[in-house]
Design a protein around this ligand. Structure first.
Ligand SMILES: Nc1ncnc2c1ncn2[C@@H]1O[C@H](COP(=O)(O)OP(=O)(O)OP(=O)(O)O)[C@@H](O)[C@H]1O
Ligand SMILES: [Mg+2]
Length: 253
């Protein structure tokens, strides 16, 4: 992204944001609630048209492309909310995720892609005929990611994949993100579970007040004084985010 400003109506939420996610790596976007992280990612996915600036995948300028064309160009997107069709089964959700991109795929291509997703998320295997609305929060997040993955994206945008999950599921989900990345998929992810996120990330960006405040290696991010003061503001609640705490409350935060 180069000098991208975007928002809702006349108000810019993200302002002159320039950032680069390197191919083959996991880049995590961190920042306080309301910082504009989801707005930024919606702009990457094409759901919001930037008021100014340029968005590229590799050398290709995708700024003018609508969301379906970006998906066809290899951009997968898992939104923070409402990311599955609750009244459809797990199987039907996966099928839609596949057919949306591969309308004329050879027979057998769906079965192979479906198997790759179920291998990654075995929790879904006994539930393929269940309506997505009956899944647990963790299972729903797995399905949402599965629906994006089944199309075979080259870049995956994930808006808080571990939000609301118990500590065990947070680890399972982020391990799955790392596994997907190891297959060569570039990942851009928004996360609040920063310790777990940095465990699998390569690079980290800080967004606050709609502006990029810096970029760090994942290893250096959490100990950086600027990150602590800008993102956490020195508050007690913020400080707890940096503790190695595996209670449910901490992961919900
Ligand atoms: N559809 C919308 N219409 C108008 N304003 C919106 C809309 N969605 C978000 N906003 C506003 O944009 C700002 C940034 O919201 P955004 O969802 O991008 O933040 P975020 O960093 O993802 O927060 P969180 O960590 O809580 O998910 C907030 O002030 C929010 O009220
Ligand atoms: Mg958000």
């Amino acid at each position: 992204m180069e000098s991208v400003s975007a928002g809702y109506g006349a108000t810019d939420i993200v302002r002159t944001v320039s950032l680069q996610a390197k191919p083959g790596r996991i880049t995590t976007i961190a920042g306080p609630n309301g910082a504009g992280k989801s707005t930024l990612m919606k702009t990457m996915a094409g759901l919001l048209r930037p008021r100014q600036g340029t968005i590229r995948i590799g050398a290709r300028d995708i700024t003018a492309l609508p969301p379906p064309a970006r998906a066809a160009a290899g951009l997968g997107y898992v939104p923070q909310e409402r990311n599955v069709f609750k009244n459809l089964t797990v199987e039907e959700n996966l099928s839609i995720g596949f057919e949306f991109i591969h309308r004329k795929a050879a027979r057998g291509a769906f079965a192979a892609a479906r198997q790759r997703v179920l291998d990654l998320f075995p929790d879904l295997v006994p539930r393929t005929e269940a309506p997505a609305g009956t899944l647990s929060g963790g299972q729903r997040q797995m399905l949402a990611m599965g629906c994006a993955l089944i199309a075979g994206p080259s870049t995956l945008l994930l808006d808080e994949p571990s939000a609301g999950l118990s500590p065990r599921y947070v680890t399972t989900m982020l391990d799955a993100v790392a596994a997907v990345n190891r297959t060569g998929v570039t990942v851009i992810m928004i996360e609040q579970n920063l310790i777990e996120a940095m465990r699998i990330s390569h690079d980290a960006l800080l967004l606050a007040g709609g502006e990029i405040k810096g970029m760090w290696s994942a290893a250096a991010f959490l100990s950086d004084a600027k990150v602590k003061s800008l993102f956490l503001g020195g508050t007690k609640a913020g400080g707890e985010l940096l503790q190695q705490d595996t209670s449910d409350d901490a992961s919900a935060a």
